[in-house]
Design a protein around this ligand. Structure first.
Ligand SMILES: [Zn+2]
Length: 136
């Protein structure tokens, strides 16, 4: 039987190494993404707001990202926790806004990554509220 590469190997890495690999992948994906003005010419700006809520501790600071036409149309955001492998992918939500011609979308999800803490690995479960607003 053949061994399967990638994911299995990632699991054996230290959290820092796995996270660095993930960041590098995100950087390359962003560079490979088309520009906003090419992918979504109908948007003058695209604003993404993220608000975090953690039941156990003080949540990470909210984030606000505004994209202009020359920016890469890349909508994957890493979980704000340094020890977490999770990422939030809003690409499908942005597609919906573009297809439906709406200006605004809101929703919430929980981070599906795992956090490494003093007691080992545990599901992250950070509550993430997102809002996407298109300027036309
Ligand atoms: Zn997370």
């Amino acid at each position: 039987m053949r061994r399967r590469p990638s994911t299995a190997n990632l699991a054996g890495l230290s959290p820092e190494k796995a996270r660095n690999l993930l960041r590098e992948k995100q950087r390359l994906d962003r560079m490979a993404a088309k520009e906003l003005r090419v992918r979504f010419p109908q948007f003058a700006t695209l604003r993404v707001d993220l608000v975090f809520n953690d039941e156990a501790t003080l949540p990470p600071a909210p984030q606000s990202i505004v994209l202009y036409p020359p920016a890469r149309a890349y909508f994957v955001y890493p979980c704000p926790y340094n020890s977490c492998s999770g990422e939030l992918n809003l690409a499908a939500n942005v597609d919906d806004i573009a297809e439906q011609g709406t200006e605004h979308a809101v929703g919430h999800v929980r981070c599906s990554g795992e956090r490494h803490g003093a007691h080992g690995k545990a599901p992250c479960n950070l509550h993430i509220q997102y809002s996407i607003a298109a300027g036309r």
